[in-house]
Design a protein around this ligand. Structure first.
Ligand code: NAD
Ligand code: ZN
Length: 358
């Protein structure tokens, strides 16, 4: 993958630029009819440095957290956009992590039936995973990502130095998705990640960049031919069936990617008990990657089988009455089953509790 690449999309193709310097921010600041939306924490950290060229009068600073990924926050943006003289010719440029991406992407896709949107991801999760894939999502009444659209930015600019200021817990959350994508990329990617994980976690710029490029390449490979998530792309939800449930049962105290790590662990136990994943490989993945990266442990109350199962039943990806689960197999291939039994969940969660000492 070169320093820039085009993602083929049924909506419109879009470009991802891996930026070696911050010069692109100056270029973006010169564009006419733009409105910038910046994550409040990013603004506090960078308004005097990397973002100093943004015209302050055109910047909306948005306080965000997972509970603000709602229609109400989008309405706040509509109110602000409606006051601008630019209408359908407005370009929205947003800087922030996955939450800000979801809020601004949804707003951009719906106001005036869609305006130009440029996105600069500032977290590991957003740079390595969420920035591509065209999805925008909002939470609704406790249901995670229930509302959403398919709407890619026209451009994505990845500038890895933003990651140096991320809080450890958020950075580790992003690393959960990096682990998932490397496992899904096959054994070679898994082994490479085990080798480079210490450098990535100490935020070595080269190691970070390499892990982001591999993650995006794997995600792209799963999206080819299934942009709208009706088949193979669905496997990218590995770790997310249990993960999304844990996010809601913990009331988002466990961040997304950390919940996904827990989800991969629980799913691997089910896969092992079904004979799909051999014990040695499951143990190696746990010891080498999952355990050292799990920094925010769930409370035992949030992973009680009945609590978690009831949250899993609310997941929008469910298609029938039965519980679905995506599992990893010995050959690093992935499978989705629709016949997950309650007992299997209970057994897997009991094992999670033991190995995590909960
Ligand atoms: N649309 C998609 O395809 C998709 C895919 C995966 C995840 N998501 C969503 O992404 C969200 C999680 O995203 P996230 O992990 O990026 O978290 P986030 O957006 O909550 O950001 C984490 C925290 O880091 C702060 N922050 C952002 N950039 C920073 C920086 N450079 N330095 C210091 N602090 C910074 C934010 O203010 C926030 O407090 C979830 O809501 C999840 O559902 C969306
Ligand atoms: Zn995810």
């Amino acid at each position: 993958m070169s320093m820039s690449f085009t993602v083929q999309s049924n909506i419109r193709n879009y470009d991802v630029f891996i930026q070696p310097t911050p010069d692109f921010i100056f270029q973006l600041a010169q564009q006419p009819r733009t409105c910038f939306v910046v994550d409040e924490n990013v603004w506090k950290l960078y308004s005097a440095t990397l973002l100093k060229d943004l015209p302050a009068s055109d910047v909306i600073v948005l306080p965000i957290n997972e509970n603000r990924k709602t229609l109400e926050t989008v309405q706040e943006l509509y109110d602000k956009f409606a006051k601008l003289s630019a209408k359908r010719n407005l370009t929205l440029i947003s800087f922030g992590g996955g939450i800000l991406q979801d809020i601004t992407g949804f707003a951009a896709s719906t106001i005036y039936r869609g305006i130009n949107w440029i996105y600069i991801p500032t977290t590991l999760l957003a740079q390595a995973d969420s920035c591509i894939g065209s999805k925008t999502s909002l939470n609704y009444q406790g249901y995670k990502n229930l509302i959403g659209t398919f709407f890619p930015p026209i451009q994505i600019h990845i500038y890895t130095p933003f990651l140096q200021t991320q809080e450890d817990s958020d950075f580790y959350s992003g690393f959960g998705e990096v682990i998932k994508l490397h496992l899904m990329g096959g054994e070679l990617n898994f082994r490479e990640l085990v080798q480079h994980a210490p450098n990535i976690l100490s935020r070595d710029p080269d190691a970070l960049l390499q892990s982001i490029r591999t993650s995006l390449a794997v995600k792209l490979a799963y999206m080819v031919g299934d942009e709208f998530d009706t088949g193979r792309r669905n496997l990218l939800n590995y770790g997310h069936d249990f993960g999304h449930a844990l996010e809601s049962t913990s009331n988002f105290a466990v961040p997304h990617g950390q919940a996904v790590i827990f989800g991969m662990l629980a799913s691997n136990f089910v896969a092992r008990n079904r004979g799909l994943l051999r014990k040695e490989l499951a143990d190696e993945i746990f010891q080498e990657l999952l355990l050292p990266s799990l920094k925010i442990l769930p409370t035992s109350g949030s992973i009680k089988p009945e609590v978690l199962i009831s949250a899993m039943k609310k997941d929008k990806k469910r298609t029938g009455d039965l519980l679905a689960l995506i599992m990893m197999k010995n050959d690093f291939d992935f499978v989705r089953v629709n016949d997950l039994a309650l007992q299997e969940v209970t057994d897997a969660l009991a094992e999670c509790k033991i190995v995590l000492g909960l």
